[in-house]
Design a binder for this molecule. Sequence first.
Ligand code: 8YV
Length: 310
Amino acid sequence: MSRPTILRVPPLSPQLNDAVGEQYDAVDPDDLPARADDVVGIVCTNTGRVGSDLIDALPNLGVIANHGVGYDNIDVPVALARGIAVSNTPEVLDDAVAETAIALLLGVRRELVAADRFVRAGRWTAGAYPLTAQVAGSRVGIIGLGRIGRAVATRLEALGCEVSYHNRRQVPDVAYPYAASAVELAAAVDSLVVVVPGGAATDGLVDRAVLDALGPDGVLVNIARGSVVDQPALVAALQEGRLGGAGLDVYADEPNVPAELVALDTVVLLPHVGSGTHVTRAAMRELTLRNLASWLADRTLHTPIPEMEA
Ligand code: 8YV
């Protein structure tokens, strides 16, 4: 029997790219449109756009297996209207992403990267590094109390922080104080960690009003999507000292990071590595391939996106 044809939407990690190639009749965008009719499945990641143009060009597409928990790269309404199944990789990356959030918060508040630069520049011999802020005892707000948000919250508790949150809906089984809006939360905390999914519903949620509510001593940490934060407003707030600092893993136009951000000492900038550990990426890869195999075998998915179950 011939193997199912799967389109690999770049970029994929070499391991995932090779695994799809070993297990299936893999095709790449360059093979389209000649092979378009054969394609029954897509494997993609958050930076590989699967828009309506691509979906419409694949008449026999049945499944999209996304390597990542966020799937704002996919035109979900168009896929679901066609009856195409969509999966993502929740849970397996919670620990890694939560660690990244904590690392960024500590990195900014304790000025770890600036202090490292200070040592490397040989400046220690001329005097001690200035004192910094402290995370223990500070108030930290989380926007988005899903699985990753909760993993961030438990780590913050362990650090001795006071945790509160804002979420689309109040979460019934948690004791953390709830704020009805992002602005309300920002006004009540020292630092704000953004963990909500990207997409139209959260586009620009952290705007100038939220940043101003956080204030000149406030720190923003974003490990979600660049689209959730109004990036020009963030840059302006940092430049004008209306916001104290920021720890960012995600940006509006990755991999492009504005020169204005790079020029600031009050920020710690990571290249979207939230889930980027060996163990987590292996688990994400395995789950992506398991979803694909499962759909091909019996039209089921291990981790369908929530919209499929709605
Ligand atoms: C990426 C992420 O998927 O899971 C997400 O939503 O943003 C990341 O884990 C990762 O870069 C792998 O493609």
